[in-house]
Design a protein around this ligand. Structure first.
Ligand code: KG4
Ligand code: ZN
Length: 342
């Protein structure tokens, strides 16, 4: 089965073709990063407009690179939630129109489920059940993945995502946008013990997280230096932020996996590229005999392959939408999106 999938939930216009789920025939990404860089963050209106300009080109490139004809496509999928609503609507409407014109089903895909599926693309042997950590610029979620389309959120951030804490503090320190990778690099030369940033604990919700405190404390720390006209110790502050973020995430993932009785943990999302997070998670999971999977860096950020792969499993589960399918800025991971189509 050949699926053309579109991803447009944030600032990448992406398309891919999957064959029977895990085999990726093509993957095309147009990144808008340069356009948003001058604003220091994603501008939703610009993102939507760029998706409009690029979506047809990216989808046609994916078809061409796969060496197939549009008539060979058996279904069209698109990310329908969660994300920037204007951005999602562009990809979803393109996907619905393509499905209608080809006379094939339309499959709505949850973006976070897609991030998890990046691991199916990378690891042919990987199958649910497992515990997943999805950490990106907009989301930080720990989920019990019981099946390909059956998942339950065990813990989530109550405010900012981990990636947001990296991106905002990087911006204040003048590091290149988006800041996560730059913070990762800078922290390698820093002393994580020089500054102690807060680690939030949420009462009665042991797997929930919060990153707004670490973000605010780090921004205040940076301003203390700039207000006194002193040089900002970028590497040490980056190391302190990495340390606080890892301390907030890693023990919760291990505890959540143990409470769900899972012996496998799967990491996903842009922040899963973080070298400190990978090292800490592997170390702590190793102590408990838990195996950890990380997608290759190319599949950590937003891409079409992960959506094309997850779409196959949604299709097998009967989660097929129609042309009334809407998009949603927020949506629980447990929700089957196609059930929301009229
Ligand atoms: O998954 P993604 O591409 O987009 C969203 O769905 O949000 O994630 C982007 C996020 C950004 O916040 C970026 O700074 C962060 O992933 N990121 C990293 C690293 N590489 C990307 N954060 C920490 N360390 C990294 N090496
Ligand atoms: Zn994402």
């Amino acid at each position: 089965m050949l699926i053309l999938a579109i991803e447009s939930s944030c600032d990448e216009t992406a398309a891919a073709i999957s064959e029977n789920g895990r085999k990726i025939l093509s993957d095309v990404v147009f990144s808008q990063v340069d356009m948003h860089a001058e604003y220091g963050g994603v501008v939703p209106e610009i993102a939507s407009r760029k998706h409009v300009e690029k979506v047809s080109f990216v989808a046609l490139e994916a078809v061409k690179k796969a060496g197939i004809s549009p008539r060979d496509i058996n279904a069209v999928a698109a990310t329908c939630a969660p994300g920037l609503i204007g951005a999602l609507l562009v990809g979803a409407n393109f996907g619905k129109a393509a499905a209608l014109s080809l006379g094939v089903p339309f499959i709505p895909v949850h973006h976070i489920r897609g991030h998890i599926a990046a691991n199916y693309v990378a690891f042919p042997e990987l199958e649910p059940p497992f515990c997943a950590l999805v950490a990106s610029g907009g989301h930080t979620v720990i989920a019990d993945v019981r099946g390909y389309t059956d998942m339950e959120v065990l813990g989530t951030t109550r405010d900012d995502a981990a990636g947001e804490a990296f991106d905002k503090t990087a911006r204040v320190m003048g590091l290149p946008y988006p800041g996560g990778a730059a913070m990762d690099g800078a922290a390698k030369k820093g002393d994580p013990k020089r500054f102690r940033l807060p680690r939030a604990v949420i009462e009665d919700a042991p797997f929930d997280m919060s990153f707004s405190g670490v973000k605010t404390a780090a921004v205040n720390l940076i301003h203390n230096f700039t207000q006194k006209g002193e040089e900002v110790p970028v590497a040490d502050i980056a190391a302190a932020i990495n340390d606080a973020v890892c301390d907030s995430i890693v023990p919760r993932v291990v505890a959540a996996a143990e409470s769900a009785g899972r012996k496998t943990v799967v990491a996903a999302g842009g922040v899963a590229a973080n070298s400190f997070l990978r090292a800490r998670l592997s170390e702590e999971c190793g102590k408990k005999g838990i195996k950890v999977y990380y997608p290759p860096l190319s599949l950590c950020g937003d891409n079409g392959s992960m959506i094309a792969c997850q779409a196959y499993y949604e299709y097998l589960a009967g989660n097929v939408g129609n042309s009334s399918q809407n998009c949603y800025a927020t949506m629980p991971l447990s929700e089957n999106l196609s059930k929301l189509a009229l």
